[in-house]
Design a protein around this ligand. Structure first.
Ligand SMILES: [Zn+2]
Length: 410
């Protein structure tokens, strides 16, 4: 099989399906958009076509496929990717453009948008190679259709080459990851692997085993409204209260003021009037105890504001959204050890970075399943300048197969 062509054909086929997820609709339906179901049906059919016998597509939009072990007694492994694309910019009617033998120059996507080398030095690593861009009117969808294509190509290799020893392999294609609700309907009862690898990373060779701990806090500032003409000494303005609260947050600890391993407070959305203002906040920290401290800081500040504005009232409700997946990887180091062993066997210079966000894998890690995230070869995710490098995609497929081999050897 021509691996490059196989991956590229798959990738172009999958990116042509409109699968933008919808964070408003996800509250009432899974998956949130019909296009995701179209792609999931296509994947189910292709898996069956490859000879995988046990493939289920459930009503919530999750494909679960089980590939039988080649030999008894070997550990079971899962691989996971999501079919939806982000809604930060247009993600439908994707017109992918394949550039063979890229020359290392700026790429004019259309008359308005250029993918420039100065802003994207990573491009230079692929001089003479095949890269994929768009026409600048949509994102590409390498996040995460590159991951989907790579898992599919790896499964095809496994099905066609009986010399590869492996335990039971599970494949999960999920929907609505970008809405943060993708794992709400995950069929845990079908999951029975010792570890799971998500193919949802970016740059070549980058491995992620750590993500943020995340919480949200919903605040409500209740004022005392009066007619503005007779407001003196009576009115308590909820807008003023909420503004005072936001101004008192530490500016240095904001998303725009932090990077690498620093956590933050982010006032995310706010609406209301003089009577009542609601404020949605997100808090992030790699350290779970520090995340809990951040929640306390927000709640304490809320009560300070309440005391400052007599007659007004402030409530704050917090919720943990997801946990850092590092703990599960630490407790069961085999998942990372064998991933890096596979990388060494293939002479790939794998390196670790932390995710300043979450992944679907974090939700499995909460249940104690180690779930590292592997690069897919995509770049500039969630933007019109998203692009992907075919050689990196080929590497991801080879890495998946080598991981499977390493687990079989133990
Ligand atoms: Zn993704």
């Amino acid at each position: 099989m021509n691996l490059e062509k196989n991956i590229l054909d798959r990738f172009l086929r999958y990116t042509a399906v409109d699968t933008m997820s919808d964070s408003d609709a996800v509250a009432v339906r899974h998956p949130s958009t019909d296009g995701q179901m179209d792609l999931l049906r296509m994947l189910k059919k292709e898996l069956l076509g490859l000879g995988v016998e046990d493939v289920v597509l459930d009503d919530n939009g999750i494909v679960c496929a089980n590939i039988k072990a080649s030999k008894e007694g070997l550990p079971s492994l899962g691989f996971m990717a999501h079919v939806d694309t982000a809604s930060d910019c247009n993600g439908n009617q994707v017109k992918a453009r394949v550039i063979e033998s890229y020359q290392g120059d700026d790429i004019k996507l259309n008359s308005k948008i250029t993918l420039d080398v100065a802003g994207n030095p990573e491009l230079l690593k692929y001089k003479g190679e095949t890269i994929i861009v768009t026409d600048g009117t949509s994102l590409l969808g390498a996040d995460d259709k590159a991951g989907v294509a790579e898992i599919m190509a790896a499964i095809q290799l496994l099905m066609e080459d009986s010399s590869i020893e492996h335990g039971p392999i599970q494949v999960f294609f999920t929907s609505d990851e970008e809405t943060g609700c993708g794992m709400d309907c995950f069929p845990m009862e079908r999951f029975h692997s010792d570890a799971c690898y998500t193919l949802d990373g970016g740059r070549r060779y980058c491995i992620e085993s750590e993500c943020f701990n995340a919480a949200s806090v919903d605040l409500c500032f209740q004022g005392v409204p009066t007619h503005l003409g007779s407001a003196k000494s009576k009115m308590v303005n909820a807008v003023t209260m909420a503004s005072a609260f936001v101004s008192a947050l530490p500016q240095a600890e904001s998303p725009e003021g932090t990077d690498s391993r620093d956590g933050y407070y982010c006032p995310y959305s706010m609406e209301g009037n003089t009577e009542q203002v609601t404020l949605h906040m997100v808090l992030r920290d790699f350290d779970y105890d520090r995340l809990l401290e951040r929640i306390e800081v927000v709640k304490n500040l809320a009560s300070v504001i309440e005391k400052m504005y007599k007659g007004g009232c402030v409530t704050a409700e917090s919720k943990i959204s997801y946990r850092n997946m590092f703990e599960a990887c630490q407790k069961q180091p085999k998942a990372m050890d064998l991933l890096f062993a596979a990388g060494r066997n293939l002479k790939m210079p794998l390196f670790i970075e932390v995710i300043r966000g979450g992944t679907d894998g974090a939700r499995l890690a909460e249940k104690g399943i180690p779930c590292p995230n592997i690069f897919t070869g995509g770049d500039n995710y969630h933007s019109l300048k998203e692009w992907a490098a075919l050689p990196a995609m080929v590497d991801a497929v080879n890495l998946i197969v080598e991981i499977i081999r390493c687990w079989a050897k133990g």
